[in-house]
Design a protein around this ligand. Structure first.
Ligand SMILES: [Zn+2]
Length: 214
């Protein structure tokens, strides 16, 4: 059996020698008082798109749920086990987060698999079944005339953010908090190559770039 990866041990040592000393009191405080993050981020599993890194967040700041292609399912109060819904329920009803950010990104493998209709990676076809929630019954997701594959992919990556925001509102407890202005929903999109961030202007239905410095 392979040993625990050495670079993770080394990374932990760097954490304890560099970051932990400056954040030790914060960790202790959080351990005593519990977490009270104001922001929930729903992001992709992609190793290049870490919300804590992108938003320079410290311990206790972000309540994060990550899954393939940053998708939020439709509210389904059935006998199934729903991981995203459980995290959402806790964030909204227990932690009372004030913001939920759906963070999409460029070169998303989940979106790519969906677009390319990739063959299942296992008999369970978990990715295929997971990604299928992206499409509403009767809806067709197709490349438009004169649309390059790259533009099509970006459009669908951004559409995943829109769909998740739409699905968030199917949860009664989200809808209630939003209606009472106690919770705001946001969309964002991370450009991996440039490290660029685009924030969704929900009225204009457009993502707008955030400049690196004020
Ligand atoms: Zn992704």
């Amino acid at each position: 059996m392979s040993p625990f990866p050495q670079h993770l041990i080394d990374g932990y040592r760097t954490f304890t020698s560099q970051r932990l000393p400056t954040e030790q009191s914060r960790y202790r405080e959080l351990s005593e008082s519990g977490q009270s993050p104001e922001v929930m981020v729903i992001g992709c599993c992609d190793s290049r798109v870490s919300p804590e890194v992108i938003f320079d967040a410290g311990p206790g700041e972000l309540f994060v749920v990550r899954n393939v292609a940053n998708l939020v399912p439709v509210y389904q109060p059935d006998s199934g086990t729903h991981g995203v819904s459980a995290a959402l329920e806790y964030a909204v009803n227990a932690l009372r987060v004030k913001h939920i950010v759906v963070l999409g990104h460029a070169q998303c493998g989940g979106i790519r698999a969906f677009i390319d209709k990739t063959a299942p990676l296992s008999p369970g076809d978990f990715i295929g079944r997971w990604m299928s929630m992206f499409v509403k019954p009767g809806e067709k997701v197709e490349q438009r005339d004169h649309e390059t594959m790259s533009d099509f992919t970006v459009r669908i990556e951004k559409a995943a953010v829109f769909r998740s925001l739409e699905n968030l509102m199917t949860f009664p407890f989200v809808k209630t908090q939003v209606a009472g202005s106690r919770l705001a929903l946001h969309g964002a999109y991370f450009g991996v190559a440039e490290g660029s961030l685009f924030v969704l202007d929900r009225e204009a239905k457009e993502f707008r770039g955030i400049s690196e410095s004020e």
